[in-house]
Unconditional design. Structure first.
Length: 101
């Protein structure tokens, strides 16, 4: 059995972490911002205030997701949390927005 085809090399693992940090971290942050904006607006905050506060907090969330993508032991867990969490937050935000209209 060839070990080169069964296990990705270190360069591929680093590339996957970089992609997770940039793209999956962006998706996670987008879901967070959408959910926070909808949630804050539902609680009575003015839309643009909620949007700006969510974007400011989103910078911190993106930084944390980016750094976590490189510090976590399991690359699969990083992808699952960032993609799954981002999708779940985006779906929740969409459902909340439908109830607000």
């Amino acid at each position: 059995m060839d070990t080169l085809t069964s296990y990705p090399g270190p360069r591929m693992l680093i590339a996957l972490r970089i992609c997770a940090a940039i793209f999956a971290g962006y998706g996670f942050t987008w879901g967070f911002i959408a959910g926070a904006t909808a949630g804050l607006f539902a609680l009575g905050m003015a839309f643009h205030d909620a949007e700006h506060l969510s974007a400011i907090l989103g910078l911190v969330v993106y930084l944390c997701a980016f750094l976590w993508a490189f510090s976590a032991r399991s690359l699969g867990r990083v992808w699952a949390v960032l993609v799954g969490g981002g999708a779940a937050m985006a779906i929740a935000a969409s459902l909340l927005q439908r109830h607000l209209i």
